[in-house]
Write a protein of this length. Structure first.
Length: 494
């Protein structure tokens, strides 16, 4: 019986997949390995450590440590003699190793080979916004019937995707893989590794415009996910998105559309009743998917979406669309949707004694900013938005920041604090749109050049800036490190 802690992958297969040169010590290379990792802290007995040269740290310096932890193999770009000269690790102390030209390329090649050995369905998810929330909904719903592996954290790029694929074990019956890009060609390479059986695209918004230029460019880049999808694969698209509606056929098959019923969609939600920050109730309509033996007819079922905002209802519909293809019934789908919870950094509600925080500081672009402001506007308390720079917006960055500032005013946000160099335009956009019924003082709008300036003002004027009982949205691109703002307000709100 196969040990569930081990992968169906041997050292010899790793050599063949990577094209490297394998040097064995005390093994024939045919036994299974337990894991493949690039973080030396995660090495386990029988695991493979892939040494990479990063911007700050050279992973080769940890080779002695991983052998001591029981690593069965080290994948290295440098010879033992080079590592001894650079890091003092004696060449004679090495165990088995695989010498390759490029460790990160080897990671991709190994993941692609490992994927070719897997028979479970893999759901690939991409889109401008909502990828992670949709991943959580899909994984949550599929877990009603299957053992599911899903992408952890932000492991959705050309390093994260192969590491996710290499986490799949014999006990897993399905995998949900988030796939994020910022330029043309990246999704092509991700698709080559993941080879998804089901492709989901959440939307085509305004992000990574610096490289992709237009929404048509974004559509072209995102739909590269189809390049290596399974020949009999299925595609699930957001029917509410005008660009995605132009996709009429993939590999000779019509896509499945999900949404709110504005477009002929196989799965859609209507009769939505908002419950404020605590989610929505809706009726979910699901047309029969051919081959679903459990339910032969179209189905309508009530659902509770525990995360707030109409966009979360659409994400739930996406999960239902995938689940129907994979054979789940309406009861399982409704149960799974109702169990989904927010994850840190994305619309995560944190109730504190003195106020409520909306932790959405993982990342930001114009579409997700406006969605987060829509969410904040649902609060029945005083509303505070702490908004920071959005990166990679290209030549339209100033205009897009200004539009977000104006939108915050239009949504009736009481206090708007704009932080960062680019957010000066957000601040100016907010100032220009202050309504005649509310003066700038009533709708407090402030600008801070840096995160440190904001934190300093919060320390001095906490009660003025963050009123008792209010709801505070914290959102910016990841590089703004708004987690520091979140941690400060969490501690101050206790």
């Amino acid at each position: 019986m196969m040990d569930l802690n081990f992968m169906n992958l041997s050292l010899c297969e790793i050599e063949n997949a990577s094209g490297g040169t394998l040097v064995l010590q005390g093994t024939d290379g045919k036994g299974q390995v337990s894991s493949v990792v690039i973080d030396s802290r995660l090495v386990t007995t029988g695991g493979v450590f892939l040494a990479t040269v990063g911007e700050r740290v050279d992973g080769h310096r940890f080779i002695a440590d991983v052998y001591a932890k029981g690593a069965s193999l080290v994948i290295t770009e440098k010879t033992p003699e080079q590592v001894e000269a650079e890091h003092g690790i004696k060449a004679d102390d090495w165990g088995s190793y695989l010498l390759v030209k490029d460790s990160l390329q080897a990671l991709k090649d190994i993941a692609e080979y490992y994927r070719s050995k897997l028979t479970i369905p893999i759901v690939g998810i991409t889109g401008s916004v909502g990828k992670t929330s949709t991943k959580e909904f899909i994984a949550g719903v599929l877990s009603e019937q299957y053992q599911v592996l899903k992408t952890e954290g932000n492991f959705n790029n050309e390093i994260g995707v192969p590491l996710t694929l290499l986490r799949i074990r014999p006990e897993h019956e399905a995998a949900v893989v988030e796939m994020g890009i910022s330029d043309f060609g990246e999704m092509h390479r991700l698709s080559k590794m993941a080879r998804p059986n089901i492709c989901v695209i959440t939307n085509i918004g305004q992000c990574h415009l610096e490289n992709l230029k237009t929404r048509d460019g974004i559509l072209k880049a995102k739909t590269e996910i189809f390049d290596f999808m399974a020949k009999d694969g299925e595609v699930c698209l957001n029917g509410e998105d005008d660009k995605l509606r132009t996709v009429t056929e993939v590999n000779g098959k019509k896509p499945h559309f999900f949404g709110l019923g504005a477009f002929p969609e196989e799965v859609f939600a209507d009769e939505i009743q908002g419950k404020g920050l605590w989610g929505s109730d809706a009726m979910l309509h699901m047309k029969n998917v051919q081959g679903n033996a459990q339910e032969a007819a179209d189905m309508v079922t009530p659902i509770h979406v525990p995360l707030p905002g109409v966009h979360m209802v659409i994400n739930a519909a996406a999960a239902a669309c995938v689940a129907r293809i994979l054979g789940l019934n309406s009861e399982q789908i409704a149960e799974g949707i109702g169990k989904v919870s927010a994850i840190g950094g994305r619309n995560n509600l944190i109730r504190l004694p003195h106020y409520t925080l909306i932790d959405d500081c993982y990342n930001a672009n114009p579409v997700s900013m406006k969605a987060a402001l829509n969410l904040l506007a649902m609060a029945d308390t005083e509303k505070v938005a702490i908004l920071g720079d959005m990166f990679e917006l290209g030549s339209n960055s100033d205009t897009l920041h200004a539009e977000v500032g104006a939108y915050a005013v239009q949504k009736g946000i009481d206090r708007i604090y704009c932080v960062g160099e680019n957010s000066r335009h957000m601040y100016e956009g907010a100032q220009k749109d202050v309504s005649k019924a509310r003066t700038e003082e009533q709708q407090m709008i402030r600008y801070y050049a840096t995160r440190e300036e904001l934190l300093e003002d919060l320390a001095k004027n906490q009660e003025t800036l963050i009123p008792e009982g209010c709801t505070v949205l914290i959102k910016a691109s990841h590089g703004m490190v708004f987690t520091e703002v979140l941690e400060y307000l969490k501690e101050a709100g206790e």
